[in-house]
Design a protein around this ligand. Structure first.
Ligand code: UDP
Length: 241
């Protein structure tokens, strides 16, 4: 389906688990190569590109599963995991000759630049790819919320949420063979039906700030570039249908 949309600046959210690809290690070289190729094509098309990556392939804080760890400590560890992933993506992008800047919400100047909106915007305008690391810098949040926040701050036209599934379905397509994919949804539908797209804070933030979300498969080669050409792949979430 053609949506006739043209994007000037976008933010792509990747889960940490995506970086594992199908392998069992922290990073999957084949997945990383494919990802970089895709990002390169988007960048070459003149789209200003920012990324937020999660930390789930290394460490997730939050509730449960972290026996003995205080919530805030677990969350700090999770945010540090996102910095590791951001550096890996920066390295992979720079290996192809692109310039990628990592800005961390938690200052660690020997490792990455510190998040500052003004310099982030300057980097984007110079054609550099920005990788926002360390989530929001605060415990009790997720990188989905960090992605919404940063996308709104930089004035992105679209937040692209890369998942292992090619959109939002009426039920889990791995368990229900008759599940159907939604081409479009409103924020209200996502919230009312409690669809597992992003956490509620992230969705509400996008809704309040009129930022559409496209949920797409990070495993499908060419999906990102097709979306940038105005084709719909996955599920578009916006204010009204
Ligand atoms: N985190 C946090 N604040 C943030 C973003 C992330 O405390 O603003 C922590 C939280 O513990 C989370 C972990 O970092 O579980 C990794 O992020 P996330 O779970 O969002 O990663 P993903 O599931 O996308 O790989």
């Amino acid at each position: 389906m053609e949506t006739n949309r043209h994007y000037r600046r976008v933010l792509v959210k990747l889960s940490g688990e995506a970086l594992m690809g199908s392998g069992g290690g922290v990073f999957d070289a084949r997945f990383m190569d494919g990802l970089v190729e895709e990002l390169r094509a988007v960048h070459a098309a003149g789209v200003e590109l920012a990324l937020v990556v999660g930390g789930g392939n290394i460490y997730r804080g939050g509730l449960g599963g972290n026996a003995g760890l205080a919530r805030t400590r677990g969350d700090h560890m999770g945010m540090l995991a996102t910095v590791i992933n951001s550096l890996a993506i920066q390295n992979a992008l720079e290996a192809t000759g692109l310039t990628a800047v990592v800005q961390s919400a938690i200052p660690m100047p020997q490792v990455a630049d510190t998040f500052l909106l003004r310099t982030a915007l300057e980097a984007l305008q110079r054609g550099q790819i920005l990788v926002f690391a360390a989530g929001t810098g605060n415990p009790y949040f997720t990188t989905d919320t960090a992605a919404s926040l940063r996308a709104i701050e930089i004035g992105a036209d679209l937040l692209l949420k890369g998942t292992k599934v090619d959109g939002v379905y009426s039920a889990d397509p791995r368990l229900h063979r008759d599940a159907t994919r939604h081409d479009r949804l409103t924020f209200d539908q996502v919230l009312q039906r409690k669809l597992q797209v992003m956490d509620l804070t992230a969705i509400s933030l996008c809704q309040a700030n009129h930022l559409p979300i496209m949920v797409f498969s990070i495993l499908e080669r060419g999906a990102l570039t097709a979306i940038m050409r105005g084709e719909q792949r996955g599920t578009l979430i916006e204010e009204a249908l």
